[in-house]
Design a binder for this molecule. Structure first.
Ligand SMILES: Nc1ncnc2c1ncn2[C@@H]1O[C@H](COP(=O)(O)OP(=O)(O)OP(=O)(O)O)[C@@H](O)[C@H]1O
Ligand SMILES: [Mg+2]
Length: 365
């Protein structure tokens, strides 16, 4: 087990500035997920920690020891990639044992570690099979087994589940989380899948264009995004963004939509750096836009009349798309609440949970 400390990390590929000064501290035993859009530098950062990329500036320390000059094999790291190559002519047992044999570990110790890892991953009955006799998920488990027996101080995963179908991915995600609970080794996991990031991470590090945009506990990032980029990246369906103006009249604050509709901002939503009137984007998650009940709404919840353009039942929720003040929005209704198309209905918009974004800077107010 080990902590990881990264300071001022820079990486160029020719003219491409892939990492633009990364500062990051990862605690011993922590499960950290790097997430962000394609090309933002997730794999480059992970590979730099592993020693597979030469870095152009800064420092990486693992377990208190600077590893800049250390070869990958001397960093005591185990990696699992998306394209894990198993040896096709070796049995599952021999695939898992391969790295240990190369390191001249005693055969009795190899047997003990392989059996233990196989039991942990539920692949004991498969140990004598060849890789081609396994399903995709079973092969993925063998790749993880190879990493476990190394007893490395740090585990690195780069999109290990992206080749699997959706159901298997959910299952393996749970197993990786359980594995972390069992062995408590520090883990860093790269994905562009925000659901994977939310469910696995102790802490999410959200990257954008070679920089850390925001980091924190999953629900903190979800509830308190620092920028519109973070607000839009996390959550499915995506947060609704409505062009509006924030208007201050004495002690009162209101959000005025393009249609002219005024939405009072509850006193709980204090904003200190506001001007008398400024352009904003009103961010409302589909989960905070539901069907309005009869009568008065709860404090800070406003009623908005819409007509449904699109209705998508999923079995667990129904997503309804409609227009509010010229902007298209999606609301989340109950599974069996399936409104007719083109009929008027009232949404309840929870202003207590909204985010206000300055469109000029992308910063959340
Ligand atoms: N070997 C390379 N040569 C040149 N440019 C590279 C190389 N590897 C990565 N890059 C560039 O560096 C940037 C970061 O790439 P990286 O692979 O780290 O992205 P990523 O966040 O892992 O994306 P993805 O989600 O698509 O895997 C991209 O602009 C990419 O094109
Ligand atoms: Mg990548």
């Amino acid at each position: 087990m080990a902590d990881v400390s990264i300071k001022g990390l820079q990486k160029y590929y020719g003219a491409v500035h892939a990492l633009k000064g990364i500062d990051l501290a990862i605690g011993d035993g922590e499960f950290v997920v790097f997430v962000g859009p394609s090309g933002c530098g997730k794999s480059t950062l992970l590979r730099s920690i592993a020693g597979l990329e030469e870095i152009d500036g800064g420092e990486i320390a693992i377990g208190g020891k600077v590893v800049n000059e250390l070869r990958p094999r001397d960093r005591n790291i185990a990696m699992v990639f998306q394209n894990y190559a198993l040896y096709p002519y070796l049995s599952v047992y021999d695939n898992i044992a391969f790295g240990l044999r190369a390191r001249k570990v005693a055969e009795a110790e190899i047997t003990r570690r392989v059996d233990e890892a196989a039991a942990m991953l539920g692949i004991t009955p498969l140990l004598q099979r060849l890789p081609r006799q396994l399903s995709g998920g079973q092969r993925q488990r063998v790749a993880i087994g190879r990493a476990i027996v190394r007893q490395a101080q740090l585990f690195l995963f780069d999109e290990p589940l992206s080749n699997l179908d959706a159901k298997l991915r959910d299952e393996m995600r749970g197993e990786i989380k359980r594995l972390h609970k069992d062995i408590s080794t520090t883990m860093i996991y790269v994905t562009h899948d925000q659901v994977e990031a939310m469910t696995l991470a102790d802490r999410i590090v959200l990257l954008r264009d070679g920089r850390i945009e925001q980091q924190g506990a999953p629900l903190d990032l979800f509830d308190r995004p620092a920028t519109g980029f973070v607000a839009s990246f996390l959550g499915s369906p995506s947060i609704n963004l409505l062009p509006a103006r924030l208007v201050t009249r004495g002690a009162e604050r209101a959000v005025v939509l393009e249609s002219g509709a005024q939405l009072e901002l509850p006193a709980s939503r204090r904003i200190d750096d506001g001007q008398p009137e400024q352009a904003i984007l009103l961010g409302v998650r589909p989960q905070h836009l539901g069907r309005a009940g009869p009568g008065a709404q709860a404090p800070g919840v406003v009623r908005v009349s819409v007509t449904a353009d699109l209705v998508q039942p999923t079995g667990t929720r129904t997503y309804v798309t409609a227009r509010i003040g010229g902007a298209e929005v999606t609301a989340e209704l109950g599974a069996h609440d399936v409104p007719e198309l083109n009929t008027p209905l009232d949404f309840a918009l929870d202003m207590n949970r909204c985010v206000l974004i300055d469109p000029a800077t992308d910063k959340v107010l």
